[in-house]
Design a protein around this ligand. Structure first.
Ligand SMILES: C[S@@+](CC[C@H](N)C(=O)[O-])C[C@H]1O[C@@H](n2cnc3c(N)ncnc32)[C@H](O)[C@@H]1O
Length: 246
């Protein structure tokens, strides 16, 4: 990582640290510089991860689909959805008004609506969405499993949840990031809940897949309505999921 990139990362982490453990406030504070940081993360560290997310979007988001971008932030994944699929409607939901303001300033597409809301208690009826997409959000939740469960509630019976998260493995670069995140985390650990392998929400079915990148630092998972987030790696017929360790 070059010096400029490290500087952007440092600025982002410094801003987050002012609101330890309080996600919406933290992201209200970082909204203006978030895209600068996200560019470093998305292009230098998570590029293969996000290529895979885009591939899943192409595969799973059918024309006309109703999609939720959960924890949409500044709208980067909503933009990817519009680029890689033809959804009928996208709801970009986030807790931070300032992050959503940035998203609104970038996205002028009548198919997209912006909602301020909490991914832990979605203000949405069960069985509503064809697809839920969520990137870099569940790992900052106190209870990531409950959040994935909430996503499963709001997908239709044949719907799918596509999500990417950072799980900070116990070796570089995870150890380095873990150290940095620990420096800015709350005592409650709300901004840094780490997901050890046995806690990663996953089970085998036609909707489920689990793909790891960057030596296990990032993971892209898909789950369907039939999945529970506690029965990791329990087979449930149909085809084997692709588990690729890169
Ligand atoms: C690291 S950003 C990821 C944004 C976007 N998904 C992306 O890939 O660029 C995390 C986002 O989660 C949002 N967030 C945090 N807690 C939330 C909650 N409880 N409900 C909804 N959004 C939340 C933050 O406001 C922030 O926009």
């Amino acid at each position: 990582m070059d010096i400029r990139s490290r500087g952007k990362l440092a600025t982002y982490l410094k801003l987050l640290s002012r609101h330890r453990g309080e996600a919406a406030g933290a992201y209200d504070e970082v909204a203006a510089v978030y895209d600068d940081f996200a560019r470093v993360w998305d292009q230098q560290i998570a590029a293969p991860t996000l290529r895979h997310v885009n591939h899943l979007i192409e595969e799973r988001v059918k024309p006309g689909a109703l999609v939720l971008d959960a924890g949409a932030g500044t709208g980067e994944r909503t933009l990817a959805l519009l680029e890689h699929s033809q959804p009928g409607k996208v709801i970009a939901l986030d807790a931070s008004a300032a992050m959503l303001d940035v998203a609104r300033s970038k996205i002028h597409d009548p198919r997209v609506s912006f909602i301020q809301g909490d991914v832990r208690h979605l203000p949405i009826a069960d069985n509503t969405f064809d697809v839920v997409v969520c990137t870099w959000v569940i790992e900052i939740m106190e209870d990531p499993r409950a959040v994935v469960q909430e996503f499963i509630q709001v997908i239709k019976p044949a719907g799918v949840v596509i999500y990417a998260f950072c799980s900070l493995p116990e070796r570089p670069p995870g150890t380095l990031l873990k150290y940095v995140m620990a420096k800015v985390s709350s005592k409650e650990g709300q901004l840094t809940h780490l997901l050890p392998e046995e806690e990663q929400p996953f089970h085998r079915c036609e909707y489920s897949s689990l793909t790891r990148f960057v030596g296990g630092l990032t993971t892209v998972a898909t789950v369907g309505k039939c999945c529970t987030v506690t029965d990791a790696f329990v087979a449930c017929r149909v085809r084997e999921p692709e588990v690729v360790v890169k």
